[in-house]
Design a protein around this ligand. Structure first.
Ligand SMILES: C[S@@+](CC[C@H](N)C(=O)[O-])C[C@H]1O[C@@H](n2cnc3c(N)ncnc32)[C@H](O)[C@@H]1O
Length: 314
């Protein structure tokens, strides 16, 4: 059974429960009088701003692959699919919904939140799954009750906000005491990689989007060339995913967003501790192999992550 649309949603300004308008077209706050539209079945709490490239990206490319997404979910959250049955789960920054789909299919009651219209793709992807609902909202101002989730995960999201830490802290407040929180962020690379990347992104983030997409398609061709796709992309990031469409999408995902902050394990560990989480587990990368792990440990892999799961103290 699908969740009722207003189920559990609160006004992000007053934290009062929202009422479904008689027309069924909006959610209204009895406290402050604000009205939040429901468009295509999705409550909208924000307009689009600096995250607009994600609206384009996720609605344009089909990049979900069930088996791969299940494996990535388990690797990047540290939670097995068999543990999800009946849990209330938040996918913070759901994008096109591939990991919301994984969690909902495993029996969780999922809310996916994203600032962009990617929620439309997410809703379509999860059509037919019970207990999954999407909201278009800023993670720093979620229309949700604090401490109401058993498990919150966020994969590749928070570093795209002006202030990663502010998003981390706001989302951390959604976790129940005893609940789990898993976060994956871009890893800070060697200074020369960072410098080159910043210079490149200064150009790409100011390009007309059609030009950038043409550029990403060319990079995606390179990403299909053996050897090149395991060497050159340590200098300049482009995707080496087996699917061409994923490679275009991943490369656009890297070069289009306005903000892309890179973080260290020490930083993320401190954020978890200061937000009241214990039993921290540093999650290793999905890929193995001696050379890969060596390059990872030396912060040489562009686009790799820092990844921690923790449990909220009671
Ligand atoms: C790289 S995508 C990752 C999507 C998804 N987690 C996945 O891995 O498929 C990052 C997503 O985070 C969203 N995002 C970034 N900052 C956000 C914020 N402050 N509030 C809500 N969504 C945000 C973007 O709109 C985008 O869809």
């Amino acid at each position: 059974m699908t969740e009722p649309i207003a189920c559990g949603l609160l006004c992000p300004q007053t934290a009062e429960p929202l009422d479904l308008n008689a027309s069924g077209q909006s959610l209204d706050c009895p406290g402050c009088g604000r009205s939040y539209p429901i468009i295509d079945g999705i409550p909208r709490f924000v307009g689009q701003q600096h995250l607009a490239s994600f609206s384009r990206q996720w609605n344009r490319y089909d990049v979900a692959h069930d088996a791969e997404d299940r494996a990535t979910f388990e690797a990047k959250t540290g939670v097995a699919l068999t543990e999800l049955e009946g849990l209330r789960v938040l996918d913070a920054g759901c994008g096109g919904g591939r990991y919301s789909k994984v969690a909902a299919a495993a029996g969780a009651r999922v809310i996916g939140a994203d600032h962009s219209t990617a929620v439309e793709k997410a809703r379509a992807l999860c059509a037919g799954l019970p207990h999954v609902q999407f909201v278009q909202a800023d993670l720093k101002l979620l229309p949700l009750e604090h401490e109401s989730f058993d498990f919150v995960f966020s994969i590749g999201v928070m570093h795209h906000d002006a202030a990663t830490r502010a998003v981390f802290d706001a989302v951390a407040r959604m976790v129940k005491s005893g609940g789990r929180y898993a976060v994956w962020l871009y890893r800070r690379n060697q200074w020369w990689q960072e410098r080159l990347n910043t210079a490149l992104r200064r150009r790409t983030t100011n390009m007309p989007v059609e030009r950038l997409e043409r550029w990403c398609r060319r990079a995606a061709l390179l990403g299909g060339v053996p050897v090149v796709n395991k060497t050159l992309n340590k200098l300049v990031n482009f995707s080496a995913h087996p699917s061409f469409e994923n490679r275009v999408c991943d490369t656009f995902d890297w070069y289009a967003p306005q903000f892309q902050h890179h973080h260290t394990l020490e930083e993320l560990t401190a954020w978890f501790s200061e937000a009241g989480f214990a039993d921290l587990r540093i999650l290793p990368p999905e890929k193995s192999g001696r050379l890969y792990r060596w390059a990872y440990a030396h912060n040489l892999l562009i686009g790799s992550g820092v990844n921690i799961m923790g449990v909220k103290r009671g």
